[in-house]
Design a protein. Structure first.
Length: 95
């Protein structure tokens, strides 16, 4: 049985689309997480940032040091796309 040319073209287009998407995400400095329930895009720190030098922030001095986020990534929005609903967890423990 011969495979129709359309399905072969679609099968060849998927790896190309994934490669292109990975290049766009890397160039735009995004990190991708995907599962059955969501697609989550988070910004990544710029390696050439003069303030944090790609570390994403710095430690503030004081008696209780905290990490302060750099504006090169912290001022950008996170993007979430819901795909399937998350199953409800029961209120009671099973045992």
């Amino acid at each position: 049985m011969r495979t129709p040319p359309r399905s072969l073209m679609a099968a060849a287009a998927v790896p190309l689309a994934l490669t292109a998407a990975a290049a766009v995400l890397k160039a735009g400095r995004w990190q991708l997480y995907a599962d059955w329930h969501r697609i989550h895009l988070t910004p990544v720190a710029h390696r050439s940032c003069p303030d944090c030098r790609g570390a994403g922030g710095w430690w503030a001095d004081g008696p209780f040091p905290e990490m302060e986020a750099c504006g090169c990534w912290s001022e950008r929005r996170e993007l979430r796309i819901r795909l399937l609903p998350v199953p409800a967890t029961p209120d009671e423990t099973p045992f």
